[in-house]
Write a protein that binds this ligand. Sequence first.
Ligand SMILES: Cc1cc2nc3c(=O)[nH]c(=O)nc-3n(C[C@H](O)[C@H](O)[C@H](O)COP(=O)(O)OP(=O)(O)OC[C@H]3O[C@@H](n4cnc5c(N)ncnc54)[C@H](O)[C@@H]3O)c2cc1C
Length: 456
Amino acid sequence: MTRRFDAIVIGAGQAGPPMAARIAATGKTVALIERKLIGGTCVNTGCTPTKAMVASAYAAHLARRAPDFGVTAGTVGVDFAAVMARKNTIVANSRSHLEAWLRGLSNCTVIQGQARFLSPATLRVGDDVLEAERLFVNVGCRAEAPDFPGRDQVKTLNNTTLLELDALPQRLVIVGGSYIGLEFAQIFRRFGSAVTVVEKMPRLIAREDHDVSQAIREALEAEGIKVRLDSECISFAPRGAEIAVGVNCAAGEPEELGSHVLLAVGRRPNTDDLGLDAAGVKVDARGYILVDDGLKTSVPHIWALGDCNGRGAFTHTSYNDYEIVAANLLDGAQRKVSDRIPVYALYVDPPLGRVGLTEAEARAKGHSVRIGVRPMTRVGRAVEKGETRGFIKVVVDRDTDAILGAAILGVGGDEAVHGVIEAMAAGVTATAYTRVMAIHPTVSELVPTVFGELSP
Ligand SMILES: Cc1cc2nc3c(=O)[nH]c(=O)nc-3n(C[C@H](O)[C@H](O)[C@H](O)COP(=O)(O)OP(=O)(O)OC[C@H]3O[C@@H](n4cnc5c(N)ncnc54)[C@H](O)[C@@H]3O)c2cc1C
């Protein structure tokens, strides 16, 4: 029998639940289909568990540094089981609050199961066929697992399975020196694992400016994390109870040994088992759903939101997708994805808060730029906190005085960057930013100063 709804939402990630709730609040009937865990990646295997573990790792790090602050502390130990239990509680609470809210919504039916399109308006979930006039796809991504030579002969971990470990890895080799890999590297190093990061590019997080990636590398190496760059020949082989990770063909030690290996080499969209062909929804070569500036797919009554549309890879981009679609559909707005300014953070310690263009991107786009930089050693709050790694960096258009971007790598950088985010969103110029009166002592108070000390 076919079950009819006004709208169907596939995937209870970061965009699906608010989309379902918003439509249900208008009196329309909505089915929200989730094949695994309500909350999707962020709540269950992404942001929430990792940031809970970042907090434990920071506590261990600060405890070891207690004498720097004149504090006497005993030997610092990490109880891995307790760390994971804390993380699990935070995740379970977050998921169950979300689930209780969704199940309590009028007009919204939560359905557990794998959805697959049968036609542009119908889906199969288990034995049921569901039909709706409007459909919203929020199926997210999963960890990429490339066919490196020997990968089938060893057991590798991804972000999901690493978060399920019940014992601390002795030696963790992380393949992938980008955002996810680096957060895990520092977390596990601070818990006591020996950690090696293997990256095929000549530097870590190669999308960032050179000075940013170099400073992050130095911070990680200072904590004893080994970094192997230019690793063009990644391969795996069992070596006794351990795994040998082939690293370099030409220079340096040819391999690294690990008790555990994490693959953090990218994500791929969950679109291959969704029956998109039957719906007529087009995808690109990598499986990302093609959308227009309002997130409509090639089928006018189907929208794609979140990571699966390739227009963002963050919780806030997924949620913002919901805001754009809901505003256009229900409020008569004309919002566009291309209007938003890229923002994100990397939660290593010190954290990196980012907005807009990097210096290299700005120059590549043809801007004539002025740069402002101030090391954290000259930020009073950072000095007082004893956390002086990193710097504030801003990028300004020489001709228009427009703020093009910023990187705040340093204590509180993930929060302090919001001043620049909001200024850019409001079209505040660099000169206007210099006139802001900020609270003392904060990291943020020096951002106007940096805008006032731009390179000529
Ligand atoms: C380790 C890690 C750390 C991260 N940290 C951060 C961070 O600090 N900040 C940040 O902004 N982002 C972070 N991210 C990224 C963030 O988690 C994702 O960008 C975000 O979760 C994307 O949300 P989404 O709504 O697109 O999809 P998801 O949250 O992935 O949800 C998609 C849902 O769809 C379901 N689904 C898939 N296919 C089907 C189907 N056919 N039928 C039914 N259901 C289906 C899935 O089970 C899933 O629940 C992190 C990611 C990882 C892996």
